[in-house]
Ligand binder design. Structure first.
Ligand code: AHR
Length: 502
């Protein structure tokens, strides 16, 4: 089977924002405790953070990290997590049926984030709290000194402000599972008041208002319209969240999950622009796709198994999905979808970072390792530079239960005008067919193949585990110069590939 893709560096979609390669650390399961933080671990630094995890986060190439939740944030009092550790309360975490020790809070996370070379994206609690608490945490985090909360931060040993630029106005407020779940009108009213109050402190903050927690939500579309009509002038982004899994063993649809992400983004863009039109506004709202991943929600219902509220555990093993090669191909394809929308998706967060539906796993006192999904993320973050390009694709198609007829091959390219390098990111979604892809490079000039890596395995269910942490890794892809106009790539069934030309 063969396919063809034409790359032209003039066909720019938009500049690739580094914030597309964000991730997410929630107080959930072992993401924070026994994940990024394990003071007794042999690799722990002076602050108790695992250096082996920091090294992997840096290798992953994570830009922003959303914190502290997630569903957790809707029951969170941020003040619990600052000041002397001995005075910090233990609290019930209603979202995850856990006990929160508050050993890690805003100051510690900001310290970790700087060590990991990432930027904090902070979510305020609009589930059970409101405008005042959002203003307090903003004052604590960002004011230099001379006020109650900024002086408290200084007294707590952090003389420099954390200078957090991106703020999420709550989390998934459309979801019935959310503490403080509200109607679009109720949420829009609170979000608008909170956003305008926060802007009085700092007009240059970048604010993210909650969109839908999934395109399958019954309120999807209407929620975005109502919320944006009310908050338009005071926010910069609307959020999208999406998780995918093979339902009922339907891998053909699962491998085409990016089709759903494409439609989701297009619909939210259309809704945002509709509100722009009726408001006669010059301002454009962008998307923060601040939760996305493969998540085996149907396989892991472990939260419901924690029942006795008197004995909610500290940092239990929750949502510890093991990812396969097929999952990694889908993750690679979702990154292709995000890049394809680089004109409007300016921020995104892979949910989550460590142990909890994560590319990085750890064992207490033991090793940290890369899941299969680590590889497409790390390579895309490293190679997607400059502008995202629209490519012309001629691909065979296949039928899916969920999305109808879809192309077997999906691809996007980026071009860096500074270095002249172009990278093509491509997946073969076919369960059975190897595809030979001819890349028409005429418009790129006299380019050579600089690198070509791929993720695939004869067993698409192969995974990296504690017992076999390096079972799956990147392989060199079969790329060869054809005639002067063509580079030829062999794409095995169920594979993800990145090829750099320059
Ligand atoms: O990422 C796991 C959970 O998924 C988050 O806490 C929540 O926002 C979403 O439903």
């Amino acid at each position: 089977t063969s396919a063809r893709v034409t790359i032209d560096p003039h066909f720019v979609v938009g500049a690739v924002d580094r914030r597309l390669f964000g991730s997410f650390v929630e107080h959930l399961g072992r993401c924070v405790y026994d994940g990024i933080y394990e003071p007794s671990h042999p690799s722990a630094d002076a602050d108790g953070f695992r250096q082996d995890v920091i090294d992997l986060v840096r290798e992953l190439g994570v830009s922003t990290v959303r914190y502290p939740g997630g569903n957790f944030v809707s029951g969170y009092r941020w003040e619990d997590g600052v000041g002397p550790r001995a005075d910090r309360p233990r609290r019930l975490d209603l979202a995850w049926h856990s006990t929160e020790t508050n050993e890690i809070g805003l100051d510690e996370f900001a310290t970790w984030s700087a060590k990991a070379g990432s930027e904090v994206m902070y979510a305020v609690n609009l589930g059970t709290r409101g405008v005042l608490e959002a203003l307090d945490v903003l004052e604590y985090a960002n004011l230099r000194s001379g006020t109650f909360w900024s002086d408290r931060r200084v007294a707590n040993g952090h003389p420099e402000p954390h200078d957090i630029r991106m703020w999420c106005l709550g989390n998934e407020m459309d979801g019935p599972w959310q503490l403080g779940h509200s109607t679009a009108e109720e949420y829009a009213s609170l979000a608008a008041k909170t956003a305008s109050a926060m802007r009085q402190v700092d007009p240059d903050l970048q604010l993210v208002v909650c969109g839908s927690s999934g395109a399958q939500m019954p309120t999807f579309g209407e929620w975005e319209r109502v919320v944006l009509e009310r908050t338009y002038d005071d926010v910069d982004f609307i959020s999208c969240h999406a998780y995918y899994e093979p339902k009922g063993g339907d891998y053909a649809s699962f491998l085409a999950s990016a089709t759903d992400m494409d439609r989701f983004i297009d619909t939210v863009v259309a809704t945002a622009d509709h509100v722009k039109a009726i408001r006669r506004s010059d301002k454009t709202i962008d998307i923060s796709f601040d939760e996305w991943n493969v998540w085996y929600q149907s396989r892991y219902n472990d939260v419901d198994k924690i029942t006795d509220v008197e004995q909610w555990p500290v940092a239990p093993r929750l949502l510890e999905d093991t990812y396969s090669v097929a999952d990694a191909v889908v993750v690679g394809n979702l990154l292709i979808s995000l890049l394809r929308h680089a004109d409007r998706v300016k921020s995104a967060s892979l949910a989550q970072l460590v142990n909890v539906i994560a590319p990085i796993m750890t064992e207490p006192g033991g090793p940290a390792w890369r899941q299969t999904t680590f590889f497409p993320f790390a390579v895309t973050s490293r190679l997607a530079r400059g502008n995202a390009l629209e490519v012309r694709l001629e691909s065979p198609e296949y039928d899916t239960e969920l999305y109808g007829t879809v192309p077997m091959i999906d691809a996007v390219a980026t071009h860096d005008p500074g270095t002249g390098e172009t990278t093509l990111f491509v997946v073969n979604r076919s369960l059975t067919e190897e595809v030979t892809l001819d890349i028409d490079v005429t418009m790129l000039g006299a380019v050579q193949v600089r690198s070509a890596v791929s993720l695939h395995d004869d067993d698409m269910h192969a995974a990296n585990t504690l017992a076999d942490p390096e079972r799956v890794g990147l392989r060199e892809a079969a790329a060869a110069r054809g005639d002067e106009h063509t580079v030829s790539l062999t794409l095995p069934a169920v594979s993800w590939t990145a090829v750099t030309l320059g």
